[in-house]
Structures are given as structure tokens and as C-alpha cells.
Ligand binder design. Structure first.
Ligand SMILES: [Mn+2]
Length: 314
């Protein structure tokens, strides 16, 4: 598959690299990593993300300023990164060949070529493997992007997806010039005050359910307006709830601009939240998943969700 994907890339004239809406470090890091490799091959390539906002803490990634916010008029190949379903790319219809690089269990295999490595800790590991299998040199720029994606998706090497292979990849990337402490500072120590103010409001809503095994926090549009924060500043919400000793499932309910409610789920030891998300039309990983509810009422969303979690708690 890695060779086949490379054949398709070599034949293509105009390539678009795209990742899911509301991207994280893995989504942008993976697409930028391949961007530098393809540019070096003199391919006509654009890196695109169709979100309203990009996370500001990723602005140190090489190529961040080259990310386009709309699709070019003409292209004959799309490569998607870290995106479990076609609709999350924000593209209306598929008009070209598509290569799908991902590591979500729930990936719907919407590409002409699908390289879905469910055991990989990040999509950037898929990109790394693609470059290795095809003997493509990994530049320092690509290495920084792959590494950043790897650390953001593993919570700095702490999740269950972390194994010897992950450390070997990381070690290789450091050898290629990545400075781990620089990346960590860029990611973790440049937060805006509005994010802390928002966090404080979010924590005020923290409520425990089901013998305190489930912790729930809420974010409303009003809270965003009052603090001047945007949705990229809410990304840690469910992770913070999971930090509580008693909590198995951390939940964040976020009111979107259109009034729908986005649900983020994080589990600690045994609840497979990707299955819960799937019940509601979403997807993700065992320990991190999410969906957008059709309901616009927090209480209705919460009641349905707690019911689904309850069935999987014991
Ligand atoms: Mn990922």
C-alpha cells in the first residue's frame, strides 16, 4: 500500500494535503511533514485546512503560515490526514483520487487508497513509515512536524498507544535535528490568558455522575464570548476531567456556534469510548473519541450519554 500510494503521488500533477476540521497537532503535523517531502520532489502541492481557526500553539511548525484556508480550483489528488470520515474534511464532494492516511479504528475507508494503521500512536507515524518504505529522505522540517504530531497524540508519551516503536521513531527524529524541549515549550508554555480564564469557568461546571466515575464539564458560547477565547482553547477540557482520581470517563460538552453540542470523551482504564461515540454517529480511539449531537439541549445530550456510559462501566 505504501508503494502504491507513492505511485499515485508520482503520477499526480496537483496535490492537496488536507486534515480534519478543528485540527490538532497530529492533523497539521502529518500534513506539513509530507508537504516538505513532496515540495522537495518539486511536486505542485498545497497544504489546506478548512477550519475557521487553527490552534495558535502550533504556529511554530515549519510551514504553518503556508496552510491555505480554502481548496485550490484544480487538483487531481487529495491526501487526507488523521481524518476518520470524509465529512470531517469539510469538502463538499470528492472530485479526485484520494489517499487516506490515518490511525483511527473508526476510519470509514473513504479513499481510493486507505492506509489506516490502528496500532500507530499518530497519523504522523504513518507518514514516517511512508517516507521510510519509499526511501524518501526526511528533512529537519518534516522531522519537527512528525515529532510534534507524535507528542501531541500521545500526551508526551503517556498513552497506551506508546510502545518501543514509538520511542524508536522519536529517537530517529531527534537524530534528524528535533529539539524536544523546544517543541514542549512551544506547545505547553505559551498559553493565552483567555484560555486560563475560560478554563476557570469550565471547571466551575464540573459535575460528577455514576458514583463519580464520570466527570462532566461544559463550555457555552457565552463563556467563549466573556473570556475572548475560541474553541481551539477548549481542547484540553475532557483530559482535565480525567485527571481526577475517581474518574474513569472525562466528558466535555461544548456548545457550537450553530447551537449543536459537541461531545468529547476520554477514558482512563477500561471504557472503550470509541464505541460510545460510534453509537452517536462519531468515532475516535479507545481512550479518546467524540461526536456532535443532533440535540441542542445540554440535559438531553447528557442523559442519553450517561445512559450509554452506564452500560459500559461495569
Ligand atoms: Mn491522530
Amino acid at each position: 500500500m505504501y508503494k502504491k500510494a507513492y505511485e499515485l503521488i508520482k503520477e499526480a500533477k496537483k496535490i492537496v494535503l488536507i486534515s480534519h476540521i478543528n485540527p490538532d497537532g497530529d492533523a497539521l503535523g502529518s500534513s506539513l511533514a509530507l508537504y516538505f517531502a513532496l515540495k522537495k520532489m518539486k511536486k505542485n502541492v498545497k497544504v489546506v485546512n478548512l477550519s475557521k481557526e487553527l490552534p495558535q500553539n502550533l504556529d511554530f511548525l515549519p510551514g504553518f503560515d503556508e496552510i491555505k484556508r480554502d481548496l485550490p480550483k484544480k487538483y487531481d489528488l487529495i491526501i487526507s490526514f488523521d481524518c476518520g470520515s470524509f465529512d470531517r474534511l469539510g469538502i463538499e464532494e470528492k472530485k479526485s483520487k484520494l489517499i487516506n492516511f490515518d490511525h483511527h479504528i473508526s476510519n470509514t475507508r473513504y479513499g481510493d487508497i486507505n492506509i489506516i494503521e490502528e496500532d500507530f500512536a499518530s497519523t504522523s507515524e504513518v507518514v514516517y513509515r511512508f517516507l521510510k518504505e519509499n526511501s524518501i529522505t526526511i528533512s529537519k522540517e518534516s522531522a519537527i512536524c512528525i515529532y510534534t504530531a507524535l507528542v501531541t497524540d500521545t500526551g508526551f508519551f503517556q498513552y497506551e498507544s506508546v510502545n518501543e516503536r514509538v520511542f524508536l521513531v522519536a529517537s530517529e527524529l531527534v537524530k534528524l535535528g528535533v529539539n524536544p524541549s523546544f517543541v514542549a515549550k512551544m506547545l505547553n508554555e505559551r498559553e493565552p490568558l483567555c484560555k486560563m480564564r475560560l478554563l476557570s469557568k469550565m471547571l466551575d461546571t464540573l459535575t460528577l455522575y455514576l458514583n463519580a466515575k464520570v466527570g462532566v464539564i461544559k463550555v457555552t458560547q457565552k463563556m467563549l464570548k466573556e473570556t475572548g477565547a475560541n474553541i481551539t482553547h477548549t481542547e484540553d477540557g475532557a483530559n482535565i476531567v480525567r485527571k481526577l482520581a475517581v474518574v474513569e470517563v472525562g466528558v466535555m460538552l461544548r456548545e457550537e456556534e450553530d447551537g449543536r453540542i459537541k461531545v468529547s470523551l476520554r477514558s482512563k482504564n477500561y471504557v472503550d469510548v470509541s464505541k460510545i461515540a460510534k453509537e452517536f454517529g462519531g468515532g475516535g480511539h479507545k481512550r479518546a473519541a467524540g461526536f456532535v449531537s443532533n440535540h441542542r439541549d445540554f440535559q438531553i445530550v447528557l442523559d442519553e450519554l450517561l445512559d450509554a456510559i452506564k452500560r459500559r462501566l461495569n
